[in-house]
Design a protein around this ligand. Structure first.
Ligand code: UT7
Length: 343
């Protein structure tokens, strides 16, 4: 039987390190290092420079994942691109990544499908479920799955937006999901969503129910109300639901796979808030060394958090062949997911 496994990982963060102090000093955010660290564990994040977009960040991570899997771009059969900060309203960033990887011209051109996923912090897990289904059905042998975000372009650095702007950073993570006849890889993916909370964490920008979808001033220029322009988040609601849903979906994954939490070697939790993950780890009695994190360095990179962490742990030897791992995420939508893999 065909199984799907992760044959390569890659990660990329832009070079500018923005510490909490730099957020106050250089970006004028009314906050403090103490507030951010105490509430979230975040010490710094990366911001991409103007002129660099989400597909650019993704291309770096994708090239590293391809090299790790010893594959050339033309050996891919599908691109899956998870992001909430796409380069354009349309087309999706998947086709831009295909172009950046050199698949649209020259002798290695290959017009493989490119699919964008709009599942925010759960985007990587929704993508993994999709890649797993394509590979196991025989429709694809190698799938490139990336999560990438350029949050820094859309953060409200005024006092109104500080709860959100203190949390998010830029980055990209990529994996190659490949077919294998070996008994390893993705054992199961479990997803959920609750649209009754769609506006609890959202960035609306426009209202497609209005004519036109963005109000125009007398000169015909679009004018967006700040309440719609910037992301809105009810942090406490998100916090509460994140803990409930991640506990629930992780439990469902373990029950379905007949795996005890104690049998899992490493837990890759979405990096939204170190306090959420510490709370989860404590309530599930997970030893701290089984729950790696990098949020202190990168902040919340949304769809990129899990693949970035996988790539880091694979590089530094914490994540090794034969380990059983669990992934779980929760975010805007609300959407959530979990997966169990034998690495
Ligand atoms: O990927 C999923 C995305 N999001 C999450 O997972 C976020 C989940 N939620 C959280 O992590 C937390 O709710 C936050 C860290 C976002 C906020 O922490 P909180 O303890 O829930 O704070 P709060 O929003 O209830 O605000 C408490 C106080 C307020 O002041 P007052 O009204 O008590 O005087 C805020 O104005 O903290 C103030 N505040 C800040 N102060 C300094 C909010 N943001 C900041 C800030 N710096 N950045």
């Amino acid at each position: 039987m065909i199984q799907a496994y992760i044959s390569g990982t890659g990660g990329y963060v832009p070079p500018e390190i923005v510490t909490n102090d730099a957020l106050v000093r250089d970006y004028g955010v009314e906050t403090s290092h103490e507030w951010i660290v105490q509430r979230t564990g975040i010490e710094a994040r990366r911001f991409a420079e103007a002129g660099v977009g989400t597909a650019d960040l993704a291309a770096h991570a994708a090239r590293e994942a391809l090299a790790d899997a010893r594959l050339a771009p033309h050996q891919l059969d599908l691109i899956l691109f998870a992001t909430l900060s796409p380069d354009y309203a349309f087309p999706g960033s998947g086709v831009l990544l295909q172009r950046a990887l050199g698949l649209t011209s020259g002798p290695d051109a290959k017009f493989i499908p490119a699919l964008d996923l709009r599942n925010q912090c759960s985007g990587f897990l929704y993508g993994l479920a999709t890649a797993n289904a394509w590979v196991r059905s025989g429709a694809a042998k190698h799938v490139l799955l990336v999560g990438a975000e350029t949050h820094s372009a859309a953060l409200d650095f005024s006092a109104r937006g500080r709860t959100v702007s203190s949390l998010f950073g830029d980055g990209a993570g990529a994996v190659i999901v490949s077919a294998t006849a070996d008994d390893r890889g993705v054992r199961g993916c479990y997803l959920g969503a609750d649209g009754s909370e769609a506006e609890t964490l959202c960035q609306r920008v426009w209202d497609i129910k209005q004519r036109p979808f963005i109000p125009l001033d007398a000169d015909g220029n679009g004018k967006v109300d700040p309440a719609h322009l910037w992301a809105h988040m009810d942090g406490r609601m998100v916090f509460k639901h994140a803990i409930t849903r991640m506990t629930e979906v992780l439990g469902r994954a373990c029950d379905d796979q007949r795996v005890a939490l104690a049998d899992i070697d490493l837990f890759f939790f979405h990096q939204a808030n170190l306090r959420i993950n510490q709370y989860l780890a404590e309530s599930l009695h997970l030893p701290a060394e089984k729950v790696p994190h990098n949020i202190e360095r990168y902040g919340n990179t949304t769809a990129a958090t899990i693949p970035l962490l996988l790539a880091e742990c694979a590089r530094d030897g914490r994540l090794r062949r034969g380990m059983k791992i669990a992934l779980t995420a929760f975010g805007s939508g609300f959407t959530w997911g979990a997966a169990i893999l034998d690495w």
